[in-house]
Design a protein around this ligand. Structure first.
Ligand code: GLU
Length: 449
């Protein structure tokens, strides 16, 4: 692990003590603090007025009971969360995750990452995150609807266009956003479209929002490759996951001329040496909501499925972890490096463990951290808010053009900052410092609040 500046170690100690047992949150804070040593050495002003301590403490944390009735008439209880982390730059903004692994520590790590990610976009959005330990897998459409409605009955009093604007994340897509928006509208008697993003087009959703996180990751990686006069063209690419982020990262990488050789779900992974057939993946995952193992059965020759195992053992030149946190270990990173990986772009939030990040840095692998590489999703959410505010609806082309511009801007700002701090090509440092400085400036000007 990297050293923490001696001025910052006491801040980390307080975070560890105050948030006992929240391992993912500790991991996310530690990584940012490791980068900030360079900033406070250069600009001691940022260490004043407990500015960094304030950034590490959420402005508000809401935990609530979510009761709902399943299809058998049984009452079920889940726990709901919304962590409103930082509103210096705009209303809290960040997704809602429905997954059995969700707890306060997970929501806090995601909310903390979101502050810097949102700052990097250059758009006026603060950071927050929410979710529930509800497991949508195997639930009927009616059960999903009743759960989303119950979740919003509590959440509605805490959100709003100018307060907090949730969106989707793992387990929450267009269908769930629709049910939540329906209940919000009924409870408030307001057609306040910008209270949620990721809506259907008919409710004021933005074109390209569904594609944005994955497309944005591919744009970022393409730009990062170009700094070494490389590109996706002809490259072997492995993408973990087959959710919304993975599918559209694959789509854009294919457009850039890549060959996708493997993708996965939480059970296992498929390898197709002829190149993954994305239409078939979409059919299995988006239409039938089935398992990726079916891919090999339907495809036959050339494709095979491995139950369990590590997708990172598949040799590739570009790796895009797009599934979930800590899915790529130090061991996985070493396997990728040994097999000649050139670039890694995180489509998921914090998918690489600290050991993996360290290994990539030492090997000189181009490494794009999630808070920079996957910011295209939330950036397009902010474009959705813009369209709602002006009661407008942009074309797909116009929206994607803005997305591409934003991703190039994030890339270039991170690269410039890394250079300025004497670490050219270090996108982790570049992203953490660039995001922090924007939030810190905004907070300073607001006084101690
Ligand atoms: N959940 C996404 C993320 O991790 C999107 C959040 C949003 O659009 O507000 O950034």
């Amino acid at each position: 692990m990297n050293q923490i500046d001696e001025k910052l170690q006491p801040i980390l100690n307080v975070v560890l003590q105050r948030n006992a047992g929240e391992a993912e949150f500790h991991q996310a804070v530690r990584e940012v603090l490791e980068s900030l040593g360079h900033v406070v050495a250069k600009h001691p002003g940022y260490a004043e007025d407990a500015l960094i301590e304030r950034i590490c403490e959420p402005e508000r944390q809401i935990i609530f009971r979510v009761p709902w009735i399943d299809d058998n008439g049984q009452v079920q209880i889940n726990r709901g969360f919304r962590v409103q982390f930082n509103s210096a730059l705009g209303p809290y903004k960040g997704g809602i995750r429905f997954h059995p692994s969700v707890n306060l520590g997970i929501v806090k790590f995601l909310g903390f990452e979101q502050i810097f990610k949102n700052a990097l976009t250059g758009l006026p959005i603060g950071g927050g995150k929410g979710g529930s330990d509800f497991d949508p897998r195997g639930r009927s459409d009616r059960e999903i609807m009743r759960f989303c409605q119950s979740f919003m009955i509590e959440l509605h009093r805490h959100v709003g266009e100018y307060t907090d604007v949730p969106a989707g994340d793992i387990g929450v897509g267009g269908r769930e956003i629709g049910y939540m928006f329906g209940m919000y509208k009924r409870l408030t008697n307001r057609y306040e479209a910008a209270v949620l993003t990721g809506k259907a087009l008919v409710h004021g959703g933005s074109r390209a929002r569904t594609e944005a996180t994955g497309y944005g990751t591919a744009y970022f990686v393409q730009r990062m490759l170009s700094t070494r006069s490389e590109s996706f063209e002809g490259r072997r690419v492995v993408v973990s996951g087959t959710g919304n982020v993975a599918i559209y990262a694959m789509e854009k990488a294919l457009e850039f001329g890549a060959k996708i050789v493997a993708c996965s779900d939480s059970n296992g992974y498929v390898v197709d040496e002829n190149g993954i057939d994305l239409d078939l993946v979409k059919q299995i995952k988006e239409v039938r909501r089935a398992r990726i193992s079916e891919y090999a059965q339907l495809k036959g020759k050339g494709a095979h499925y491995i139950d369990g195992g590590s997708i990172w053992d598949v040799p590739c030149e570009v790796a895009l972890p797009c599934a979930t946190q800590n899915e790529l270990s130090g061991r996985d990173a070493k396997a990728l490096i040994k097999n000649g990986v050139v670039a890694v772009g995180e489509g998921a939030n914090m998918p690489s463990t600290p050991e993996a990040v360290q290994a990539f840095r030492e090997a000189g692998t181009l490494f794009a951290p999630g808070k920079a590489a996957n910011a295209g999703g939330v950036a397009t959410s902010a474009l959705e808010m813009q369209q709602n505010a002006s009661r407008d609806s942009w074309t797909f082309e116009r929206t994607e053009e803005r997305l591409a511009e934003i991703m190039d801007g994030i890339h270039d700002r991170c690269a410039r900052t890394a250079e300025e701090y004497g670490a050219p090509g270090d996108y982790v440092l570049g992203a953490n410092i660039t995001g922090f400085v924007r939030v810190a400036e905004a907070m300073r000007a607001l006084g101690v609040v």
